[in-house]
Structure formats: C-alpha cells, structure tokens
Design a protein around this ligand. Structure first.
Ligand SMILES: *Cc1c(COP(=O)(O)O)cnc(C)c1O
Length: 377
C-alpha cells in the first residue's frame, strides 16, 4: 500500500515547507560574508532570549560544548562531583570527565523518565558541587524540589535542555518558566533532529546572571575579553551565521512544530491507552510537553518483537537508550557494584520510541497505530 518508509524524522520534508525563506536567508548570509558570529547570530540569540524569557542566550558550537562551557563557567574543577541521570545521552557525563569532574549517576522516575530531588538527595556528599537535571523527551523535571535541594546544599544547577526547548514548568505559586531558564545555567543543542534544529551543529547556553553571562561569552570564544586579550582558558565554540539564519526562521515556527507533535502524541495516546502491554507516556502535571520523543514502555517480553514487527512494516523506531550511562564501558572505572538504578535498568529493557515529528501525516499516523494495535491483537 505504501512504498515510503516512515522515518523517525523527516528533515527534508520540513525544509520543503519553508524552503524559499531558508534559501533566501542563506544566500543573504553568504553575500554578507560574515560566516562565524555574524550579525544574524546576535539577532537569533536576542529572539531566542525573548522567546524563552531569559536574560542571556549565548550561542556555541553544539549541545555538548554547551555543557562543558557551563561547567567551566561555574568553576567546577578536578575532584568535584556532579549528579546527573544515568538515563540520558553521553554528553551529560562526558563533558564532566573531560574536566576531571566525577559524574555520579542517579536513577529516574519510571513514569516521567526524569530525575527527581529524591533520587539526587541520596547521592549528595561534600564533594558534590552541581546537579544536572536533564529534561528528557520533551518535558521538564520537577524543578521546584530540585532547586530547593540545590539551595539547601549550595549546589549549582545546570539544566540540560537539549530535548525540551519550548517546554514550560509551573511552580507552586503559579509562576511559569521555560525549561533551561530555572537553574544557574541552561544548555541546549540545535542538532538537526532536535525540536529546534539547525542544518548542521549548533548549541547555546542560557542564564539570567549577568556576571555569569560575561564569563560564558568569554569561555565560548577562547577566554577572550577583547580581541587577542585572553583572560581565562576557554574553547573555540561558536555558531555559524548560516546555522543562525536557519534557526532564526525555524524559531518562528517552533510553537507550531511543538503543537503538531502534541497532536500526534494525543492520537497515539488515544489509540494505545487501552493496550494492556503498553504504557503511554505519563505527563508530569506541572510541565507542558514538546514530545521530542514519543516513548512508550512495552512489556519486556514484547518490546523487541514489536520493534522487529514495525521495522518489517517500514516503520522506523528506536530505543533511547539501549545502554544507560552507568553501564557504558567508558564509565566502568567510576561505577562500582553498589550502583543500584532499578528504574533506569527497567527502562532500557522496556522503552520504545515511535516516529514523531512535524511531518508525520495523518495517513502515516494511522498506519503506525494500526500496526501497533495489530501486533497486540
Ligand atoms: C543531543 C543531546 C546533547 C548533545 O547535543 P549535541 O549538539 O549533539 O552535542 C546533550 N544532551 C542531551 C540530553 C541530548 O539529547
């Protein structure tokens, strides 16, 4: 019936819809000739800071660098410890290791996939200097208790917001804040498949702290205070003007993109909620969701057979993540036998992400839904 495979993302399909605008702006940038940190980079940063309601958006080369720059700006050093979830992408812990900082992995909630203050508190000791909550798959961690805990123990908070840009968290007093703007520093990635994706690498750090912003700007550009005056050690992590052109256009559509993702998630939820062997994603009731991933939990005996079944039907699907960080070989030296992360282990055996992006048409959604339901019939 259909000869087109359904992919996890369709970046070309998305590009086709905004092609004229993108092409024109890229050509303008090429003719301007300011290929790195051109005026468009500033313009995009300003627009993103308005969108997120945060004082400073400092662009950099990718989301991994953003985390490293954040750790450097907060003055974390060799021997310090950070607490981050094991259920995340490698970058969250990799950057710490590069700076001689020890990542300590906490468990996550099996329903929301996110860390909680309770998971973190057990791991705090006198070497702990920072917490890195990761807002996974598109919704916020429960930040209020995490921020309280950080305050109590004088810990810094770096939010890894690579997957949840545009998501909003509501505090108990009714205040709403965007993910990435609640801690000392927020980081994000503009990797092409992220909700706000460039056509190459890109990233940014956010902060409301003016002093910290100055430091972040310097670190992202060789520790330079002014041209050829280097005050501190930094790195070379800047955003290309062409990527900023793309991002500046896509930012205008981000809310619509996120709405489209929510609509698809709603259709999936409706169809799958009655399937006994499936758990649909659980919403944290004080966060909105931007569905970077639509992730089901599948009964462990059925997860891999379902994957193969869907693949045979031309439906792409993924496990984010097949190996949690605490089981990665690279971290075997810092992870000992006392590690006990039952929810994380369970998730790696039960998670399954289905295609969700701005171009999953209704007929594709129906095809995906029908096939999942057929499998469980
Ligand atoms: C994608 C991602 C990153 C890394 O971003 P890059 O731009 O690929 O370096 C970091 N953390 C999380 C949770 C991510 O999903």
């Amino acid at each position: 019936m259909r000869d087109k495979k359904i992919l996890m993302v369709d970046l070309v399909g998305q590009y086709e819809k905004i092609k004229d605008e993108i092409n024109q702006n890229i050509i303008n940038s090429l003719q301007e000739g300011k290929f790195i940190n051109g005026p468009i980079v500033k313009e995009f940063s300003q627009n993103l800071s308005n969108f997120l309601n945060v004082n400073h958006v400092i662009p950099c080369a990718n989301g991994t660098d953003a985390l490293q720059i954040a750790l450097m700006a907060l003055g974390l050093k060799q021997g310090d410890e950070i607490i981050c979830p094991s259920w995340s992408y490698i970058s969250t812990a990799e950057t710490a290791i590069l700076l001689g900082i020890k990542p300590v992995f906490c468990d996550v909630d099996r329903n929301t996939f996110n860390m909680s203050a309770e998971n973190v508190e057990k791991l705090i000791n006198n070497k702990t200097k920072a917490i890195i909550p990761v807002h996974l798959y598109g919704q916020s961690c429960d930040m209020e208790p995490i921020l309280k805990l950080a305050l109590k123990h004088k810990l810094k908070v770096i939010e890894d917001n690579a997957q949840s840009i545009g998501s909003e968290y509501t505090f108990s007093n009714g205040d709403k804040k965007h993910t990435g703007t609640m801690g000392d520093i927020g980081t994000t990635s503009f990797y092409p498949t992220k909700n706000l994706g460039a056509y190459g690498d890109g990233g940014a750090v956010f902060t409301n702290d003016d002093k910290l912003a100055k430091k972040l700007i310097m670190i992202a550009n060789h520790g330079e205070s002014k041209k050829y005056h280097h005050k501190i050690i930094g790195c070379n992590s800047r955003l290309d003007s062409i990527q900023a052109e793309v991002l500046n256009i896509k930012l205008k559509y981000l809310s619509d993109y996120n709405k489209a993702r929510n609509q698809i998630a709603e259709n999936y939820n409706k169809a799958f909620s009655s399937v006994e062997k499936l758990h649909i994603p659980v919403l944290n009731n004080n966060s909105t969701h931007v569905y970077h991933q639509y992730t089901l939990r599948v009964h462990p005996l059925y997860r891999d057979p379902l994957r193969l079944y869907l693949k045979a039907k031309g439906i792409d699907n993924r496990i984010y993540y097949p190996i949690p960080l605490h089981k990665q070989k690279v971290f075997s030296k810092i992870v000992d036998s006392t590690y006990n992360l039952p929810n994380t282990n369970l998730l790696s055996a039960t998670c399954l992400s289905l295609p969700i992006h701005t171009e999953v048409e209704n007929s594709f959604q129906k095809y995906i839904i029908d096939n999942v339901l057929n499998f469980f019939k």
